[in-house]
Design a protein around this ligand. Structure first.
Ligand SMILES: [Zn+2]
Length: 195
Protein backbone atom coordinates (compact mmCIF):
# COMPACT_ATOMS: atom_id res chain seq x y z
CA UNK A 1 0.00 0.00 0.00
CA UNK A 2 1.58 3.32 -1.07
CA UNK A 3 1.43 5.79 1.77
CA UNK A 4 1.14 8.76 -0.63
CA UNK A 5 -2.16 7.49 -1.97
CA UNK A 6 -3.58 7.47 1.55
CA UNK A 7 -2.18 10.75 2.80
CA UNK A 8 -4.82 12.48 4.86
CA UNK A 9 -6.29 9.30 6.34
CA UNK A 10 -7.06 10.04 10.00
CA UNK A 11 -7.87 6.62 11.36
CA UNK A 12 -7.40 2.96 10.42
CA UNK A 13 -10.25 0.58 11.23
CA UNK A 14 -9.99 -3.22 11.02
CA UNK A 15 -13.19 -5.24 10.66
CA UNK A 16 -11.60 -8.62 11.41
CA UNK A 17 -10.14 -11.66 9.61
CA UNK A 18 -6.90 -9.80 8.84
CA UNK A 19 -3.43 -10.84 10.12
CA UNK A 20 -2.37 -8.78 13.11
CA UNK A 21 1.00 -7.94 11.55
CA UNK A 22 -0.83 -6.53 8.50
CA UNK A 23 -2.93 -4.20 10.67
CA UNK A 24 0.21 -3.13 12.52
CA UNK A 25 1.87 -2.41 9.18
CA UNK A 26 -1.07 -0.24 8.04
CA UNK A 27 -0.99 1.64 11.31
CA UNK A 28 2.75 2.27 11.02
CA UNK A 29 2.75 3.29 7.36
CA UNK A 30 -0.20 5.65 7.71
CA UNK A 31 0.94 6.83 11.14
CA UNK A 32 -2.61 6.82 12.52
CA UNK A 33 -4.49 5.20 15.39
CA UNK A 34 -5.86 1.73 14.74
CA UNK A 35 -9.13 0.43 16.11
CA UNK A 36 -10.38 -3.03 15.30
CA UNK A 37 -12.81 -5.84 16.02
CA UNK A 38 -11.95 -9.52 15.68
CA UNK A 39 -13.32 -11.74 12.94
CA UNK A 40 -14.19 -15.41 13.26
CA UNK A 41 -10.92 -16.42 11.54
CA UNK A 42 -8.71 -14.42 13.90
CA UNK A 43 -6.48 -16.47 16.18
CA UNK A 44 -7.00 -16.04 19.92
CA UNK A 45 -3.23 -15.81 20.24
CA UNK A 46 -0.50 -15.05 17.74
CA UNK A 47 3.08 -16.13 18.53
CA UNK A 48 5.87 -13.69 17.76
CA UNK A 49 9.44 -14.62 16.80
CA UNK A 50 10.72 -13.65 20.25
CA UNK A 51 8.35 -16.16 21.86
CA UNK A 52 5.88 -13.61 23.15
CA UNK A 53 2.15 -13.96 22.57
CA UNK A 54 -0.24 -11.27 21.37
CA UNK A 55 -4.03 -11.33 21.28
CA UNK A 56 -4.45 -8.62 18.63
CA UNK A 57 -2.49 -6.08 16.61
CA UNK A 58 -0.04 -4.35 18.92
CA UNK A 59 -0.87 -0.72 19.54
CA UNK A 60 -4.43 -1.17 18.27
CA UNK A 61 -7.59 -0.59 20.29
CA UNK A 62 -9.99 -3.52 20.51
CA UNK A 63 -13.40 -1.91 20.09
CA UNK A 64 -15.54 -4.97 20.90
CA UNK A 65 -18.40 -4.04 23.26
CA UNK A 66 -16.87 -0.59 23.73
CA UNK A 67 -17.28 2.94 22.52
CA UNK A 68 -14.44 5.19 21.44
CA UNK A 69 -14.29 8.89 20.67
CA UNK A 70 -11.98 9.40 17.67
CA UNK A 71 -11.60 13.17 17.35
CA UNK A 72 -15.30 13.62 18.03
CA UNK A 73 -16.37 10.69 15.84
CA UNK A 74 -18.31 8.41 18.18
CA UNK A 75 -17.51 4.80 17.40
CA UNK A 76 -18.60 1.44 18.82
CA UNK A 77 -17.76 -2.14 17.93
CA UNK A 78 -19.06 -5.70 17.94
CA UNK A 79 -16.73 -8.52 16.93
CA UNK A 80 -17.30 -11.95 15.45
CA UNK A 81 -19.69 -13.88 13.28
CA UNK A 82 -22.72 -16.05 13.90
CA UNK A 83 -21.74 -19.22 15.78
CA UNK A 84 -21.32 -22.10 13.33
CA UNK A 85 -18.54 -24.21 14.85
CA UNK A 86 -16.43 -24.49 17.98
CA UNK A 87 -14.03 -21.63 18.48
CA UNK A 88 -13.78 -18.01 19.47
CA UNK A 89 -15.20 -14.80 18.07
CA UNK A 90 -18.58 -16.39 17.28
CA UNK A 91 -21.95 -15.62 18.87
CA UNK A 92 -25.54 -16.80 18.70
CA UNK A 93 -28.18 -14.19 17.88
CA UNK A 94 -29.08 -14.17 21.59
CA UNK A 95 -25.48 -13.65 22.68
CA UNK A 96 -25.14 -10.71 20.30
CA UNK A 97 -28.35 -9.19 21.71
CA UNK A 98 -26.74 -9.53 25.15
CA UNK A 99 -23.54 -7.81 23.95
CA UNK A 100 -25.67 -5.06 22.50
CA UNK A 101 -27.88 -4.43 25.53
CA UNK A 102 -25.41 -5.09 28.29
CA UNK A 103 -22.36 -3.31 26.92
CA UNK A 104 -23.25 -0.84 24.20
CA UNK A 105 -26.66 0.61 25.03
CA UNK A 106 -25.53 2.04 28.42
CA UNK A 107 -22.53 3.65 26.68
CA UNK A 108 -24.77 5.13 23.98
CA UNK A 109 -26.92 6.73 26.67
CA UNK A 110 -23.80 8.25 28.25
CA UNK A 111 -22.74 9.52 24.79
CA UNK A 112 -26.13 11.15 24.37
CA UNK A 113 -25.77 13.00 27.65
CA UNK A 114 -22.17 13.95 26.95
CA UNK A 115 -22.22 14.72 23.22
CA UNK A 116 -25.89 15.07 22.31
CA UNK A 117 -25.93 11.96 20.09
CA UNK A 118 -25.63 8.22 20.59
CA UNK A 119 -23.23 6.99 17.95
CA UNK A 120 -21.69 7.88 14.57
CA UNK A 121 -20.02 4.68 13.33
CA UNK A 122 -20.73 1.08 14.30
CA UNK A 123 -17.79 -1.22 13.46
CA UNK A 124 -18.65 -4.91 13.15
CA UNK A 125 -17.18 -8.01 11.61
CA UNK A 126 -20.46 -9.54 10.50
CA UNK A 127 -23.04 -7.77 8.36
CA UNK A 128 -26.52 -7.12 9.74
CA UNK A 129 -29.24 -9.73 9.23
CA UNK A 130 -30.63 -9.49 5.70
CA UNK A 131 -28.11 -6.88 4.47
CA UNK A 132 -25.04 -8.08 2.53
CA UNK A 133 -25.27 -11.36 4.42
CA UNK A 134 -25.15 -14.80 2.84
CA UNK A 135 -27.81 -17.46 2.93
CA UNK A 136 -25.39 -20.08 4.21
CA UNK A 137 -25.23 -20.51 7.97
CA UNK A 138 -21.68 -19.09 8.23
CA UNK A 139 -22.63 -15.75 6.74
CA UNK A 140 -26.01 -15.00 8.30
CA UNK A 141 -25.98 -11.51 9.82
CA UNK A 142 -27.04 -10.31 13.26
CA UNK A 143 -30.55 -9.09 14.04
CA UNK A 144 -29.46 -6.83 16.88
CA UNK A 145 -27.52 -4.68 14.38
CA UNK A 146 -30.81 -3.80 12.64
CA UNK A 147 -32.31 -2.68 15.92
CA UNK A 148 -29.17 -0.71 16.79
CA UNK A 149 -29.34 1.18 13.51
CA UNK A 150 -33.07 1.90 13.77
CA UNK A 151 -32.78 3.07 17.38
CA UNK A 152 -29.46 4.92 17.57
CA UNK A 153 -29.14 6.08 13.96
CA UNK A 154 -25.39 5.97 13.33
CA UNK A 155 -24.14 7.50 10.06
CA UNK A 156 -22.33 4.27 9.16
CA UNK A 157 -22.19 0.58 9.91
CA UNK A 158 -18.98 -0.82 8.44
CA UNK A 159 -18.40 -4.55 8.32
CA UNK A 160 -16.30 -7.31 6.73
CA UNK A 161 -16.78 -11.10 6.80
CA UNK A 162 -18.27 -11.38 3.32
CA UNK A 163 -15.45 -11.59 0.82
CA UNK A 164 -16.71 -10.04 -2.37
CA UNK A 165 -15.20 -11.10 -5.67
CA UNK A 166 -18.11 -10.29 -7.96
CA UNK A 167 -18.11 -6.56 -8.81
CA UNK A 168 -21.89 -6.70 -9.34
CA UNK A 169 -22.49 -7.64 -5.71
CA UNK A 170 -23.98 -4.90 -3.55
CA UNK A 171 -21.57 -3.53 -0.94
CA UNK A 172 -23.44 -0.38 0.15
CA UNK A 173 -27.00 -0.24 1.43
CA UNK A 174 -28.92 2.59 3.06
CA UNK A 175 -30.91 1.37 6.10
CA UNK A 176 -32.96 4.15 7.71
CA UNK A 177 -30.33 6.82 8.46
CA UNK A 178 -27.35 4.46 8.30
CA UNK A 179 -25.14 3.63 5.35
CA UNK A 180 -24.13 -0.04 5.63
CA UNK A 181 -20.78 -0.64 3.92
CA UNK A 182 -18.88 -3.87 3.33
CA UNK A 183 -15.26 -2.72 3.44
CA UNK A 184 -13.69 -5.96 2.16
CA UNK A 185 -10.85 -5.94 1.12
CA UNK A 186 -10.41 -2.28 2.10
CA UNK A 187 -12.12 1.06 1.57
CA UNK A 188 -11.21 4.69 2.13
CA UNK A 189 -14.26 6.41 3.61
CA UNK A 190 -14.82 10.13 3.86
CA UNK A 191 -16.92 10.50 7.00
CA UNK A 192 -18.20 13.84 8.17
CA UNK A 193 -17.35 14.45 11.80
CA UNK A 194 -20.26 16.18 13.57
CA UNK A 195 -19.38 19.52 15.12
ZN1 LIG B 1 -15.35 -13.64 8.96
Amino acid sequence: MAADKYRGVDLAVGCGDLPYYYLEYIQTVLNVSLIYVHGNHDPEQEYLSDGSIVTGPQGGINLHCKTYNANNLLMAGLEGSIRYRRGSFQYSQQEMWTNTFLHLVPRFLINKLQYGRYLDVLVTHSPPFGIHNGDDRVHIGFKSFLWLMKTFKPQYLIHGHRHIYNPAEIIETQFYETKVVNIYPYRVLDIEVPI
